[in-house]
Design a protein around this ligand. Structure first.
Ligand code: CA
Length: 296
């Protein structure tokens, strides 16, 4: 059983594109799983295909949740998805709401990623650039699968084109038409707090000059990458975390959408190196307390 200070239902953490559980002992949810466990929560960082559509990843997540429910005897789980993990969680909640107490989107591209749109424009289907990018992505994913130590299931399939399609604004719009649960009705608004018995929440960050590029992030390569990626944004120029726009991340109750965190900081990467005054782990702990206070 979980302690009385912890959420009643297990927390299932779903990673994004190129996600992992533990690479040679190095965790995706850096310092987050341990902080949640200190609270007394039952926490399951899971793996789904690191490169694939949100629907295929969602089907894999459904199987994994079935196992977790059986293992724990819990009636439901909380799903917390980072980046594409949020879309993966939303798919599951749409199909099996009775299994899901809440879906929380952490920097989820719930209306698509303008970075994915940019890549699609610059490396269109059938182009040499597209083939090169796909080759690199597959190579990185295979290398990560080889280093993965936290996953014991069967090999997971990979489909670069399906992953790309699942992250563009047009691709996510098609996904949203089928799985609209928790989405805001207007751009920049909040979504329903609860749909079919499932609570929906989201939080995200933005790049903030003089803050997110300071302290630990001065030595962190992914922050430099996010600052480069941010230049590809048009609709949400100056209002993104490098990979996902502030309003694009909105789902259900918006806990916050402008924390000083880039797309990797928000899961405390890398090695806890984040910008000035940032504390991404605290957001997870507070959220677990929020769920517990709601009786979930
Ligand atoms: Ca960082």
């Amino acid at each position: 059983m979980s302690s009385s200070a912890a959420p009643r239902y297990p927390l299932v953490l779903v990673p994004g594109l190129l996600g992992f559980i533990s690479l040679l002992g190095y965790p995706y949810w850096y310092g987050i799983v341990s902080a949640l466990r200190r609270l007394g929560a039952r926490v399951f960082p899971v793996l789904v295909s690191s490169v694939h559509s949100s629907e295929v990843r969602g089907e894999q997540l459904l199987l994994r949740i079935g196992e977790i429910l059986q293992q724990t005897g819990a009636e439901k789980v909380h799903l917390i998805g980072h980046s594409q993990g949020a879309l993966t969680a939303r798919y599951v909640a749409a199909l099996r709401p009775e299994w899901v107490a809440s879906v929380t989107s952490v920097a989820g591209p719930n209306h698509g990623s303008e970075l994915a749109d940019f890549l699609q424009r610059k490396a269109p289907h059938g182009s040499l650039r597209e083939r090169l990018l796909a080759f690199l992505l597959r190579a990185v994913a295979r290398c990560m699968a080889w280093l993965e130590r936290g996953y014991t299931g069967p090999p997971l399939p990979m489909d670069v084109a399906a992953a790309q399609q699942s992250l563009t604004s047009a691709g996510v719009a098609a996904f949203n038409a089928q799985y609209p649960q928790g989405l805001p009705e207007s751009w920049g608004g909040e979504g329903a707090a609860e749909v079919a018995g499932v609570r929906y929440y989201s939080w995200s960050g933005t790049l903030q000059a003089g803050i997110t590029d300071k302290d630990g992030n001065r030595f962190d390569g992914p922050n430099v990458a996010c600052r480069l990626f941010a230049r590809t944004f048009r609709r949400e120029a100056g209002q993104c975390d490098g990979m996902v726009g502030r309003y694009s991340s909105h789902l259900g109750t918006v806990i916050g959408d402008s924390y000083p965190l880039d797309h990797f900081d928000i899961v405390n990467q890398t090695f806890g190196l984040v910008g000035k005054g940032a504390d991404p782990v605290r957001l997870f702990v507070e959220h677990a307390q929020r769920l517990q206070a709601a009786g979930l």
